[in-house]
Design a binder for this molecule. Structure first.
Ligand code: NAP
Length: 346
């Protein structure tokens, strides 16, 4: 490698980490060295391409320019500030830092200028938020969104690899008329089912944390803390690719035709919208691709200034790994790969 940056990938053995390593290579990110980190369980493991997994320690994290994290909130809470203090700029996929005021929450196509305010840690939004705001941004700019009503249909890969194995194991057992193991990843059987319980309910809470993330992160990224949002997040037995039905109410009039034009011209968006020919976005088609796909663009018959959309993307790619690598590319292009210390502890 002949690039200028030394890059750490923390959580490199996981679904998102594996993709981040692949994308850094495929997109020819100017790295001179990429070092994978994971838990103690994986230290010494050789990954595809010959990289050997390292363990996190104060000595091991010295000398990096960038650190891309996808190892869960507690690992990010403990190690992202240490990487930042050691001189790296951290791009974090977990929810740990997203809502902190001095941490920019950035989607490459939506609010890239927020990167300039970083203090060593930059957050990637939740996967459901990410794909939705890519599609909403051009509509917001054109007509001003005042209310969203969202229902998600989220794939099990969003929960982690263990949940993918659980869906496949349950499906296999049920198709062979065998008893399933007690559910581990979710409160109920996920195979052949739909769970109105994506994320978890805190004590006394009537929304899941996933629904709160969708509401709060969308407001932060679009810069409108008062945006009215209703969200129901549903886990469905899809391996990969989140789908979302979104009702968008705007301040100014916006026709479905104009929305279709705006979306067709938007970066990172592909419009697939010919329902008579059974053409609309599908999770199985979006999986493995980097774009956000939008279809079923139509007037809400119940409101003259509302549209309905169907938004689909690969939650591991644009929902996590692709955006993280795009942010690294933007930091490089804008000369923002420089240490800023670390944000204040939350
Ligand atoms: N899946 C998605 O669609 C999605 C979307 C957006 C954001 N995210 C976020 O990305 C993160 C990873 O998701 P994933 O689906 O890739 O999960 P995953 O497949 O379960 O991978 C988790 C990774 O974290 C590592 N890890 C776990 N505990 C660790 C520790 N104590 N120290 C160092 N590394 C540790 C694991 O290493 P070992 O292999 O050694 O256990 C593995 O590399 C999560 O924070 C998740 O919220 C996921």
């Amino acid at each position: 490698m002949d690039g200028k940056y030394r890059v750490a990938v923390v959580g490199a053995t996981g679904q998102v980490g594996t993709l981040m390593l692949q994308l850094l290579r495929e997109r020819e990110f100017p790295a001179r060295e990429i070092v994978p980190f994971a838990s103690e369980r994986s230290v010494g493991r050789e990954l595809d391409g010959g990289l050997v997994v390292q363990g996190l320690s104060d000595d091991a994290i010295q000398g990096y320019d960038l650190a891309l994290f996808s190892a869960g909130g507690s690992t990010s809470g403990e190690w992202a500030p240490r990487f930042a203090q050691a001189g790296a700029v951290v791009i974090d996929n977990s929810s740990r830092w997203r809502m902190q005021d001095d941490v920019p929450l950035v989607v490459a196509e939506v609010n890239p200028d927020a990167l300039a305010d970083h203090h060593g840690i930059i957050a990637n939004p939740n996967c459901s938020t990410m794909q939705m705001v890519v599609a909403l941004k051009p509509l917001h700019d054109a007509a001003g969104i005042e209310r969203l009503v969202i229902s998600t249909y989220q794939a099990v890969s969003g929960t982690g690899k263990a949940a993918v194995d659980e869906l496949l194991d349950q499906s296999h057992a049920l198709l062979h008329q065998r008893e399933i193991e007690p559910p581990g990843a979710y409160a109920h059987q996920i195979a052949f089912n739909a769970l109105p319980h994506a994320g978890s309910f805190g004590p006394g809470e009537d929304h899941t944390d996933e629904e709160r993330k969708l509401i709060n992160e969308t407001r932060k990224i679009l810069g409108d803390p008062a945006l009215a949002i209703s969200a129901t997040c549903v886990r469905v037995p899809v391996v990969n690719g989140h789908s979302e039905a979104v009702n968008v109410q705007t301040r100014d009039d916006l026709s479905p035709e104009r929305a279709r034009e705006l979306l067709a011209a938007a970066p990172g968006v592909t419009v697939l919208d010919d329902p008579g020919a059974a053409l609309y976005p599908l999770a199985i088609d979006a999986s493995g691709k980097d774009d956000v796909f939008v279809g079923r663009i139509r007037r809400d018959p119940g409101h003259e200034r509302a549209l309905d959309l169907w938004i689909v993307a690969d939650n591991l790619r644009k929902g996590a790994a692709t955006n993280a690598v795009q942010l690294a590319e933007l930091l490089h292009e804008r000369g923002l790969v420089h240490a800023q210390g670390a944000p204040a502890a939350a």
